[in-house]
Design a protein around this ligand. Structure first.
Ligand code: HEM
Length: 421
């Protein structure tokens, strides 16, 4: 119980820090290969991170001993930009909000949004077809944000509002950490404060627009405004949740789809099978794509009290990272893990695995509330794209994974689209 966690020391420690700083995604995989399922890495004089990369240990953190863990500092940082919504909230506030919001995501809610999503996707694929070549990442971020606004808030945003929203959202998502004008020393711009103000202004506009249309509805904003009217939430709470959901609900789906199209574009034969598929193969392709490239590739927690993990004692106040991408390659669960193989998700194969061997949506009480909606939306997009186009990679831009808050292609993804006859 009192054994000290293993971890690199001396020169190996220095090398490990460099590897992580240069490329957190590849770096952590290299460290896992060297140090195994559970190790600690000192990051400075007083801080260290504990990396967890085995299914049974992840289950301890996210499910069995979940009450001993809280959100880490990365989630708390989100608060200054998105307010204190479901992503960062803790304790009673989180419990109350999750209970109030849950009905908007109950069984059947995603299906009910089908026609709305299909309409947006059809308009987007028509636009993409006219271009021939597609900046996939950008196009999907625009599409998923537009879908999130209309499906979750029940309103239309103007193209200018969507552009402004997308740009401001890049700050919490770590894509645009500060304002680009920062290099001009005489212009004092705090990119974060400016982004937060823009986000709150847009959320207030969207809420007013919805109130003009009528607050009632089973969708997210309908639930939130109903709770406000009943005195269970304040307007500030509603703004916080709107921003949390727009952030959580668009970028993850956009990157999952980006990686899926990257994999599918390299396999013309798979495209032909997907064109005639009734949904089952489409689902497995999405699952396998999120195994290889999980948009949320690392889930952070902090110990609230001392816990026992894998035979080691972890004191209170330590940061743990559950390496989702590491678990998705764990040798005990996945054979030839670097190979893309949707058959891994045939029912018999899935059943044979550990329940925490696959965690793209997390596990336990903080598991993603939007999983059903995400799958539904992604199926509609993937089906529409393969039925409209033959896809191939534009190989002039190499595709390199970059792990920030989410996992995305470092320099974007460019595809050639040829309309199907
Ligand atoms: C492919 C798409 C998506 C992926 C991979 C994904 C992944 C995740 C993961 C891993 C978590 C758990 C984080 C943790 O335990 O710390 C999470 C939480 C969350 N997700 Fe998703 N998500 C996706 C789509 C969505 C959508 C479409 C929505 C909303 C409509 C959404 C809303 C949320 C919210 C609000 C939370 C916080 C839940 C809580 O703590 O109670 N996500 N997501």
């Amino acid at each position: 119980m009192s054994r000290r966690l293993p971890g690199p020391r001396g020169l190996r420690w220095l090398r490990a820090c460099w590897a992580l700083k240069r490329d957190p995604y590849l770096g952590v995989h290299r460290l896992i290969a060297k140090h195994g399922d559970l190790f600690r890495l000192r990051l400075g004089r007083s801080s260290e991170v504990i990396v967890v990369s085995a299914p049974e240990l992840a289950e301890e953190v996210l499910l069995r001993q979940a009450s001993s863990f809280r959100r880490s500092s990365s989630y708390r940082e989100l608060r200054s930009l998105l307010g204190d919504g479901l992503l960062s909230a803790e304790g009673e506030r989180w419990r109350t909000h999750r209970r109030l919001i849950q009905p908007a995501f109950q069984r059947g809610a995603a299906e009910a949004l089908g026609p709305l999503i299909e309409g947006r996707v059809a308009a987007a694929t028509t636009k993409w077809g006219a271009r021939g070549g597609l900046n996939v990442q950008q196009a999907l971020l625009e599409l998923t944000l537009e879908i999130a606004v209309s499906a979750l808030l029940g309103i239309e945003a103007t193209p200018a509002e969507l552009r402004e929203l997308l740009n401001a959202m890049m700050v919490p998502m770590g894509i645009r950490p500060t304002d680009s004008r920062r290099w001009l020393p005489w212009v004092r711009v705090d990119g974060r404060a400016e982004a937060a103000a823009t986000l709150r202004r847009l959320a207030a506009i969207f809420i007013r627009r919805r109130l003009e249309l009528g607050a009632q509805g089973a969708d997210l904003l309908g639930q939130l405004l109903g709770a406000e009217e009943a005195g269970a939430l304040t307007r500030e709470d509603v703004v916080d949740e709107v921003l949390n959901f727009l952030a959580a609900g668009h970028e993850t789906s956009a990157y999952a789809l980006t990686w899926t199209l990257y994999l599918v574009a390299q396999r013309p034969e798979l495209q032909e099978r997907l064109v005639v598929d009734e949904g089952e193969l489409t689902q497995r392709v999405l699952q396998e794509s999120m195994r290889l490239y999980p948009p949320v590739w690392a889930i952070e927690r902090e110990t609230e009290r001392s816990v026992e993990l894998g035979g080691f004692e972890v004191p209170a106040g330590r940061t743990l990272v559950v390496s989702v991408s590491g678990i998705h390659r764990h040798a005990s669960q996945w054979r030839t893990p670097e190979i893309f193989d949707p058959d891994r998700f045939l029912p018999a194969a899935s059943k044979a695995r550990h329940a925490s061997a696959y965690l793209p949506f997390g596990r336990g009480r903080r598991q993603c509330i939007g999983e059903d909606l995400a799958f539904h939306e992604m199926r509609i997009v993937l089906e529409a794209v393969v039925r409209s186009f033959h896809l191939s990679l534009d190989e002039s831009v190499p595709v390199v994974p970059k792990g920030g808050v989410t996992l995305r292609p470092r320099d974007g993804l460019w595809l050639r689209l040829r309309a199907r006859g």
